[in-house]
Design a protein around this ligand. Structure first.
Ligand code: THU
Length: 131
């Protein structure tokens, strides 16, 4: 699937966002290596710290369905600026998706592509455990 189509799926996923506190709607679309797409949106909670970002929703949905190999994730918001994943999601992307393409869209559905290692250089990971 081309990244323009994946970006559009992230825009569509944003329609289900539930951000009553920030009113900042986010959608994500995660592409597996065998071309399946899992979408996600942000879901906020009255205890703000329990909020789940769109990226993590999509990743955990996919993992819980048995998926393990990923190619790219697209992210969309209503901001005119390019949206990039928060720090927590960068770690989750690194841990569960590895070195994938991260498709960051702006309000015109234009996008920039980053590699995981560009957005999270010198990452801590499973390689650093159990030494
Ligand atoms: N948010 C995401 O879902 N993904 C991002 O990449 C950035 C932030 C959500 C979390 C929260 O619900 C709202 O946007 C404002 O931070």
């Amino acid at each position: 699937m081309d990244y323009k189509t994946l970006a559009h799926k992230a825009v569509e996923a944003k329609a289900n966002a539930l951000p009553p506190y920030s009113n900042f709607h986010v959608g994500a679309a995660l592409l597996t290596t065998d071309e399946k797409v899992y979408t996600g949106c942000n879901v906020e909670n009255s205890t703000f710290g329990l909020t789940l970002c769109a990226e993590r929703t999509a990743i955990f949905k996919a993992i819980s369905e048995g998926e393990r190999k990923f190619k790219a994730i697209a992210i969309a918001s209503d901001s005119p600026d390019y949206i990039t994943p928060c720090g927590a999601c960068r770690q989750i992307i690194f841990d569960h998706c590895g070195e994938i393409d991260i498709i960051c869209t702006n309000g015109k559905e234009e996008y920039k592509v980053f590699k995981t290692s560009e957005l999270l250089p010198f990452a801590f990971g499973d390689k650093d455990l159990n030494k």
